[in-house]
Design a protein around this ligand. Structure first.
Ligand code: FES
Length: 150
């Protein structure tokens, strides 16, 4: 009778306890990272809809000026031109970096990947897929009000 030899080192097709635990921990870390990244890139709409309106005296916003505010937990910029007053989120629509307003060039610039938006929030260059988010603006009793009534 011949004996069948098992080649060494013998490798089971099943995971060892150590490998199983490592794989499980890696899966938990990956899921946590995914949730974290998603919450940073795509803030929930609920947070924005529950945002309280922000008021600025009209006299503090002369034509051609801008003012940075926080609306619904987001940085935003209120821009007053000859024609209108608009409020834009400063969160880039590509990967969520903060854009900056360049007064001299009349555009928003994202330093992360050279994204650029015009004064209407429209994409003019770079990878951002959609325009900057706009918030509703109205003028009531010499006050510029950004956001909806709750
Ligand atoms: S995050 Fe703004 S261009 Fe990429």
């Amino acid at each position: 009778m011949t004996k069948t030899e098992i080649p060494l080192p013998f490798r089971s097709v099943f995971l060892s306890r150590r490998e199983f635990i490592q794989l499980g921990l890696a899966g938990v870390c990956a899921a946590w990272a995914g949730v974290f990244v998603q919450s940073r890139l795509f803030p929930s709409e609920q947070a924005v809809t529950e945002a309280k309106p922000v008021s600025i005296p009209l006299t503090d916003l002369p034509v051609g000026s801008s003012q940075q505010i926080t609306y619904g937990g987001q940085s935003a910029l209120v821009l007053r031109t000859q024609q209108s007053i608009k409020a834009f989120s400063l969160t880039c629509t590509h990967l969520g970096c903060l854009v900056e307003w360049r007064q001299d060039q009349q555009e928003f610039y994202c330093p992360c990947h050279d994204g650029r938006f015009d004064q209407f929030g429209e994409v003019v260059a770079g990878p951002p897929p959609v325009p900057l988010e706009q918030f509703p603006v109205r003028v009531v009793d010499e006050q510029v009000v950004i956001g909806e009534e709750v």
